[in-house]
Design a protein around this ligand. Structure first.
Ligand SMILES: Nc1nc2c(ncn2[C@@H]2O[C@H](COP(=O)(O)OP(=O)(O)OP(=O)(O)O)[C@@H](O)[C@H]2O)c(=O)[nH]1
Ligand SMILES: [Mg+2]
Length: 363
C-alpha cells in the first residue's frame, strides 16, 4: 500500500538519574561517595533510504519512543545509555510540525539523516559533588527529559519528469515504454492508484527518473475522482509531460479542452507548477481519426508537441531524447527540485520554444 502522509508523536528517551551510593569496602571506613551518573536517553533519527518508496511502515506507529537511559549505579557505575532509534523514510520525505504545518526538515538526498529528537542527558551521581568541604554529599541530579515532537511526514517523490493526464490517457503505458518497467495498464479509468516510478538510463550513463501519477479529472480540486493530492509527487519534478489521448472515441471529445482543464486543475492545486517547462505527448496516434484532433495543439505548441503511440513506441524515441536534453540543462544549472529551466538555455540547446511564452494563449 502506498502511504505518503503520516502523523507521529516522537519521544526521545529520558536520561537516567544520577545515583547516591557509598564506597563500602573492608578496612576503608567512610569510603566516600560512589554514586555513578545516569545514562543518556536514546535519540530518534530519521534517515532517507532510497530503497523505501512509501511511509507505509510508519502508518500504524502513532507514538514512537526511544529507550530511556538507566539510572547510575553503585561503585561509580554509569547507567546504560538508552538505545538510539533510527527510522528509515523514503528519500523525498518532508518533516512538518503537525500543529503549524511549518517545514522542519526535508530529506532529499539518499542517506541524509536528521536527529529529530535528542535524548535527555543522564544526571550526575553523588561522586561528582564530592569536595574538600563535603566528603559525603547526598546530592545527585535527575536525568533530563528527551525531546518530543508531533510531526507530519509527507512524502513528495523526487523525480525529474512527471506525467500528468486524464485517466486512460496512456501515462502508464508510456512509462512502461520509456523505462521498460511493468506497471498496471488497463482500458478503464483510474487503473493507477499510486504513483509509479521508472528509471531511464541513457547511453551516456545519464539517468532520468519519471513519475506516473493517477489520472486527473475535471473538478478534481473539489475532490472528484482521486482528487489532486497526488500532484504533490510532481512538485519536485523539473519537467512535466502532459499525456493527452487523441483518439476520437466520442464525437464531441475535445483533447485540447481536456489539456486546458488539466492545467486549470493544476493551477488550483499550486499555480507555480505551471511555470515548469513542459512537453505535450499526444498519445494513441495509431488510432484512426486521431490526427484530426491535433490542430489546436499545433497552432499553439508546435515546438513542444510529440505525436506518439505509447503502445507501439511510435514517436517515443524523440520524446525520450528531448527529455534527456532537458534533464541535462536542468542538471547543468544545478537545479534540484521544482526549479525551472532557464528559457534561453532551453531554446538554444533544445531548439524548442520555452513553454512560458505560450501560456497566455490558453483561454
Ligand atoms: N491504441 C492505443 N492504445 C493505447 C495507447 N497507449 C495506451 N493505450 C491503451 O489505453 C488504455 C489506458 O492505458 P493506461 O496506460 O492504463 O492509461 P493511464 O493514463 O495510465 O490511466 P490511469 O492509470 O487510469 O490514469 C489501455 O488499454 C492501453 O492499452 C496507444 O498508444 N495506442
Ligand atoms: Mg495509469
Amino acid at each position: 500500500m502506498f502511504v505518503d502522509r503520516v502523523t507521529l508523536s516522537l519521544l526521545a528517551g529520558k536520561g537516567g538519574n544520577g545515583a547516591v551510593a557509598w564506597r563500602r569496602e573492608k578496612y576503608i571506613p567512610k569510603g566516600g561517595p560512589a554514586g555513578g551518573d545516569g545514562g543518556n536517553g536514546g535519540s530518534i533519527t530519521l534517515i532517507a533510504d532510497p530503497e523505501i518508496h512509501s511511509l507505509e511502515n510508519l502508518r500504524n506507529r502513532r507514538i514512537i519512543k526511544a529507550q530511556n537511559g538507566q539510572m547510575g549505579g553503585g561503585n561509580n557505575c554509569k547507567g546504560k545509555n538508552g538505545e538510539d532509534l533510527i527510522i528509515k523514510v523514503p528519500t523525498g520525505t518532508l518533516v512538518k510540525d503537525a500543529a503549524t504545518g511549518q517545514i522542519l526538515y526535508d530529506l532529499t538526498q539518499k542517506g541524509q539523516s536528521w536527529k529529530i529528537c535528542a535524548g535527555g542527558k543522564g544526571g550526575k551521581g553523588n561522586t561528582r559533588f564530592k569536595s574538600s568541604t563535603n566528603q559525603a554529599p547526598l546530592m545527585f541530579t535527575e536525568g533530563t527529559a528527551g525531546e518530543s515532537k508531533e510531526v507530519e511526514l509527507e512524502l513528495k517523490l523526487i523525480a525529474d519528469v512527471g506525467f500528468v493526464g486524464m485517466p486512460n490517457a496512456g501515462k502508464s503505458t508510456l512509462i512502461s515504454q520509456l523505462a521498460h518497467i511493468s506497471v498496471k495498464i488497463a482500458p478503464y479509468p483510474f487503473t493507477t492508484l499510486r504513483p509509479n516510478l521508472g528509471l531511464v538510463v541513457f547511453s551516456d550513463s545519464s539517468r532520468l527518473l519519471i513519475a506516473d501519477i493517477p489520472g486527473i479529472i475535471k473538478n478534481a480540486h473539489e475532490d472528484r475522482g482521486l482528487g489532486l493530492a497526488f500532484l504533490r509527487h510532481i512538485e519536485r519534478c523539473s519537467i512535466l509531460v502532459f499525456v493527452i489521448e487523441l483518439s476520437p472515441w466520442e464525437e464531441t471529445r475535445d483533447p485540447f479542452e481536456e489539456f486546458c482543464m488539466l492545467r486549470s486543475e493544476i493551477e488550483a492545486y499550486n499555480p507555480s507548477l505551471l511555470e515548469k517547462p513542459f512537453l505535450v505527448a499526444l498519445n494513441k496516434i495509431d488510432i484512426e481519426g486521431s490526427d484530426a484532433l491535433i490542430g489546436p495543439f499545433r497552432e499553439r505548441y508546435s515546438g513542444l508537441l510529440f505525436e506518439i503511440s505509447a503502445q507501439n513506441g511510435m514517436g517515443c524515441d524523440a520524446l525520450k531524447t528531448t527529455l534527456h536534453d532537458l534533464k541535462a540543462i536542468a542538471d547543468s544549472q544545478g537545479q534540484t527540485h521544482s526549479a525551472t529551466v532557464d528559457p534561453a538555455a532551453f531554446e538554444s540547446e533544445c531548439g524548442l520554444a520555452h513553454p512560458l511564452p505560450f501560456l497566455p494563449l490558453i483561454d
